[in-house]
Design a protein around this ligand. Structure first.
Ligand code: KPL
Length: 324
């Protein structure tokens, strides 16, 4: 079973590297030829929190290329699963350069690969469904913590769990042997779960990210530092309460203990830098439009306003000039 990993960011290197190191048949597709060349000649290194080597994908044990080459390589040797591991803002672009080209091929339903989409936030599954009608689209929610530290190296900041399942827009079309994919991921050392309730995981993660990510980014603090003062926790609560009112207005269910879950994530990832703070520190656009911006959109759709989420979206966008 061939797995094509689209994206050479932190998650792409983590999953691609660990899968290749476990002997899985993996092809990794990067945006830049420089990164592809670096990975091809040196392989992929995954280090744990103490800097020790957790896994190493040796050169020659997997394939690597640039996005532009994906469609032709796939036509010559079709793969069964695609992991879309780009950021939300790059979904369309990366897709147009790679997977989207296969959409014109009129593949027979049994030959269409399953695609697992690892984006944070909300909205990408609907957009992908328009680009890839009839494809088996799976959404993934992961609590793995990873940071790319070199073109071919990733620091595995915290082992988590990855749930994947058929996202709502896919209309229930199954990918090829999803249980086999689950096993392959487990064999590679991931705690992977094939879920039949992925939408509630997505909505729960959206709540968690919409509270932790913008505040850590705005205050330039690690996740655990959110718990350091009553005042910070009151701001967290304000964002959460507003998001819950939006969920109620949209008829989206939420769990009674969601506040405790958020506090638990702050504890268990206390030393981590959130992905949004990481983007701000790297001076690149954040995913705020698809996290807090999604709460604002959901609110608008149900005729209410999410003023706090609107405000925080604007404040975060002000932090990275290129987002203007
Ligand atoms: O998912 C995360 C992120 O940083 O995007 C959390 C859960 C906040 C962990 O850092």
């Amino acid at each position: 079973m061939i797995i094509d990993v689209i994206g050479g960011g932190s998650l792409g290197l983590l999953y691609g590297g660990k899968l290749a190191a476990s002997g899985a048949d993996v092809r990794i597709w990067c945006r830049s030829a420089k990164q592809a060349g670096e990975i091809k000649s040196k392989g992929i290194f995954i280090r744990n929190t103490f800097g020790a080597m957790e896994a190493q994908a040796k050169p020659g044990t997997f394939k690597v290329g640039i996005l532009d080459e994906f469609a032709e390589a796939w036509r010559q040797n079709p793969g069964q699963w695609i992991f879309l591991m780009t950021k939300q803002k790059d979904v369309e672009n990366a897709c147009l350069m790679s997977v989207g080209r296969l959409a014109m091929d009129k593949l027979m339903p049994g030959n269409i690969p399953g695609m697992v989409c690892f984006q944070n936030g909300y909205g990408h599954m609907e957009r992908l469904e328009k680009m890839l009608p009839g494809w088996p689209l799976y959404a993934a929610v992961t609590t793995e913590g990873a940071k790319r530290v070199a073109q071919n190296e990733v620091a595995h900041a915290g082992a988590g769990t990855t749930w994947f399942g058929i996202g709502r827009p896919s209309g229930g079309t199954e990918g090829p042997h999803p249980e086999k994919l689950e096993k392959m991921l487990q064999l590679a050392g991931f705690s992977a779960v094939l879920s039949n309730d992925i939408d509630s995981r997505i909505y729960r993660k959206l709540l968690i990210n919409s509270v932790i990510n913008p505040l850590t980014a705005l205050w330039n603090i690690r996740n655990g530092e959110l718990l350091a003062s009553e005042q910070r926790m009151r701001v967290m609560r304000t964002l959460l309460n507003e998001a819950l009112a939006v969920y109620d207005a949209c008829g989206i269910p939420w769990e009674e203990d969601i506040w405790d879950q958020i506090l638990e994530v702050c504890h268990s990832t206390a030393g981590n830098i959130s992905s949004m703070l990481n983007d701000v520190q790297s001076g690149i656009p954040t995913e705020v439009d698809w996290i807090n911006g999604s709460i604002v959109d959901l609110a608008e759709k149900s005729g209410i306003r999410a003023a706090a989420h609107e405000l925080i979206t604007g404040l975060i966008k002000g932090l990275t000039i290129r987002e203007e």
